[in-house]
Design a protein around this ligand. Structure first.
Ligand SMILES: [Zn+2]
Length: 499
């Protein structure tokens, strides 16, 4: 049965579509799901680059193995590419650099139930994510996965592994950083830092050429320390309003940071406690010191509307039962704090978002580098889908869709120090590309694998969904990937029922 389905899928992929725009005579040929070619020509496509510039085209893109070899004006001659074996017709399509998700966790279990990495990988690729930055998972597993992805032996995005550095003394912190370097980590993740230990860790990381991502949390340090020590990125938002408070956070006496319910209920209220002038000053300092900001708006969105978050439409077919179990309210699990969530909590969080979004927008206006990431796998956030939601939330924060695409591509490449290889459609860059047959600038929702429900001649149709994701020159047909995801989910659900 599976073989027949695969055969039908390949047939569908190989189907010939005549070119119409510009009167070009061309067709897709020789393209198979999961293959890399010595030479692949993507014809007649409109390009939205990762540098904040408007769409341009039609262009022809030549990919050789895993690199972009040429980008040029579309060749209108009918026989222009008649000797090419592998041609992808991009007529009427938009081509973007592959998205980078700069804050994720590789998860092979949720709530103690196995959930294969393959599930995360295939959803990510279907959502256009060709690179991820893991900021704290089990390095024994993630380093192995990184090797497999580099070799192209698994269907997965590129993996960059930031490892957690900690210690009870500054010297222990330094030693942890040296170990990360020896193990081949791509960067350092810190959270819950005491000031002296943070200073030592950041200093050692700089000496060894490792970037530092800081999830500040409610801790001794805040954005002032981020600025003073020269951290590379602020993850989420903690530590920014904290740096603009008069004194410490005004939490109720009963507050306990280790109580997840307290933690998420009160955290967002910090934005309203922040002094606007002090906030402005710390944003200016962050920009001056080159600290990038990865806000992960989407991670906390459930706080604004818990009912909606629990019932997202893609859960029906694509939510793995392990993750479904993990999401259920429980004091034992991180981010599973939704029990007793109130109308008042939601109203408070909506106001927090207004101030937070304005701060991120102001930060960007001052020249600050803003990334895009989802930190999915917690609080009703599903890998990939939530990343695309992040792009929508960046638009809500006042970013033009072109700038949103830049956050997802060029900016993320830069905050990882990869701006000379990733995030652009330029010869010499790695061939990580997305093709979609709707204009995502008109509606970012077109990017979702589930597309946009629309009406045509009075009938319901679904528009959009990324068609092709190319990672490291390997061409993936996203609906084939999503079918795999659906199969994985329904099998895991059946197994769970029977166990
Ligand atoms: Zn995280």
């Amino acid at each position: 049965m599976k073989k027949i389905a695969m055969f039908v899928a390949i047939l569908a992929v190989l189907v010939i579509i005549p070119l119409t725009a510009l009167g070009l005579q061309a067709e897709s040929r020789g393209i198979e799901h999961g293959q890399r070619y010595d030479r692949l020509v993507i014809r007649n496509v409109i390009v939205i680059d990762g540098k904040g510039t408007p769409p341009r085209g039609p262009l022809d893109i030549v990919v050789e193995r895993n690199k972009i070899a040429a980008v040029s004006a579309a060749d209108a001659r009918p026989d222009a590419f008649k000797n090419e074996k592998h041609v992808l017709d991009g007529t009427g399509m938009y081509l973007l650099p592959g998205f980078i998700n700069s804050h994720v966790h590789l998860q092979d279990e949720r709530a103690g139930i196995p959930q294969p990495f393959e599930y995360e990988y295939k959803v990510w690729l279907s959502c256009g994510i060709t690179t991820i930055r893991d900021v704290g998972s089990d390095p024994k597993k993630t380093l192995v996965e990184r090797r497999k992805s580099q070799a192209g032996s698994i269907v997965a995005p590129r993996l960059y592994i930031y490892m957690v550095a900690a210690g009870d003394t500054p010297e222990e912190g330094r030693r942890a950083v040296r170990t990360i370097k020896e193990q081949g980590g791509d960067g350092v993740k810190i959270f819950g830092m005491d000031r002296d230990i943070m200073e030592a860790i950041v200093d050692e990381s700089k000496k060894l050429g490792l970037k530092v991502a800081h999830h500040v949390g409610v801790e001794e340090t805040d954005a002032r320390d981020v600025v003073a020590f020269g951290v590379s990125t602020v993850e989420h938002w903690y530590g920014v309003p904290d740096a603009a408070l008069k004194g410490s956070q005004n939490f109720p006496p009963s507050y306990n940071y280790n109580n997840e319910s307290d933690r998420f209920r009160w955290a967002g209220r910090l934005w309203r406690e922040a002094d606007p002038a002090k906030l402005e000053a710390i944003l200016t300092e962050m920009v001056a010191k080159g600290v990038a900001w990865n806000p992960t708006f989407s991670t906390y969105e459930a706080c604004r509307d818990m009912t909606l978050a629990r019932n997202l439409p893609w859960f029906k077919e694509y939510l793995h039962p392990a993750l479904e179990e993990y999401f259920k309210p429980s004091p034992a699990r991180h981010g599973a704090f939704s029990w007793g969530w109130s109308t008042e909590d939601e109203i408070a969080w909506k106001e927090n978002y207004r101030i937070w979004m304005k701060a991120v927008r102001d930060f960007a206006d001052k020249g600050g580098l803003v990334g895009a990431a989802d930190d999915a796998g917690f609080i009703y956030t599903l890998y990939g889908f939530t990343y695309l939601r992040e792009l929508e939330l960046l638009q809500e924060a006042g970013f033009h869709p072109i700038d949103v695409i830049q956050c997802a591509t060029g900016n993320n490449a830069k905050l990882m120090g990869l701006e000379d290889q990733l995030g652009r459609v330029r010869p010499g860059f790695l061939a990580d590309l997305i093709l979609i047959d709707e204009n995502p600038l008109a509606n970012l929702k077109y990017l979702y694998p589930t597309g946009v429900l629309d009406l045509k001649d009075g009938k319901e149709i679904v528009r959009g969904g990324i068609k092709w994701t190319i990672k490291d020159g390997i061409v993936y047909h996203t609906s084939t990937l999503m079918r795999d995801v659906k199969d994985m989910v329904s099998k895991a659900r059946a197994e769970r029922k029977n166990s």
